[in-house]
Design a binder for this molecule. Sequence first.
Ligand SMILES: Nc1ncnc2c1ncn2[C@@H]1O[C@H](COP(=O)(O)OP(=O)(O)O)[C@@H](O)[C@H]1O
Ligand SMILES: [Mg+2]
Length: 302
Amino acid sequence: MEAEDVPEVVLTANGRLGQAVKVITNHQAHKFSLAGVQMKFSMKERDGRYSLAEDNGELGDWIIKTPSTQHVDVPLNEFTAMTLAAMAGVDIPELKLVEMEKLDNLPSIKLPDEKFAFAIKRFDRNNNTRIHMEDFAQVLVKYPHEKYNSANYEQIGRILFQYSGDGLADAQQFARRLLVNILLANGDAHLKNWSLLYKDKITPRLSPAYDIVTTRVYMRDEREYALNLGKTKEWYKVDLSHFEAWAKKADIPWRAIKPHMADVMDRARAQWPQALSNLPMKDGHKELLSQHWQALRADFQI
Ligand SMILES: Nc1ncnc2c1ncn2[C@@H]1O[C@H](COP(=O)(O)OP(=O)(O)O)[C@@H](O)[C@H]1O
Ligand SMILES: [Mg+2]
């Protein structure tokens, strides 16, 4: 909507919000994260059942992502992709697939006939207190609609290496995740899917990973990951030399990154094909993921 059409009550409802800005969203319409496609709820778990957190005055300790009305079996996809990521050394929170009937007091929303929701433990909660987190759109002072095109992975890497409480460990983990996102055909690793966590309230650290989904199975013509890395975004063109260029540009010593790339590839090649056959992703999606593995450059083929 036009900025001048925003009702006064909206602008004054929050003390810090004084100015409306029109958001142009057309350019990302083809991307996976279409607003409203998949609903998320912050919920509190008790005896295997989940209820909306605000309803009982407590903070939620799980984020529950219900099935999508637009894309089939997203919860199974995300559970599978995140589990494979963990096998390749990506730091992830506790995950679950929760039967839909275990979710209490959901608002009346349109839901497809699928059995499971995806549940991920909140890392920005410690019992009933909040841990501050900040995503990279916030860090780089970008609007949410700029999340695909206003920055690159060199900028994030440089910030992590320079400012994190453990710059080297976080840069290594970041590089590992970048590669895993390519291997898993996740085209959605944009600025808002990377965050800093301030566990001691002062020192930023890269947060655990979240929102790793094999988006390629929903966007058949998808060929690109979200942000530039070594001047390319193309899954079927990227190889180790782009990661080397990335490290150089981000001022991170390549010799400290290279062994992590090799370790990701060793683990993925040794464990993923077998693991995938036992994970709950939809069969047609497994097939597409295996085809993606074959189509990657030699450095990254599985
Ligand atoms: N485990 C988690 N702990 C804390 N915050 C999280 C967690 N998972 C996701 N989030 C937050 O919730 C937002 C939405 O979750 P995400 O999985 O990215 O869903 P979407 O597919 O809608 O982008 C994220 O951008 C992040 O800020
Ligand atoms: Mg997200």
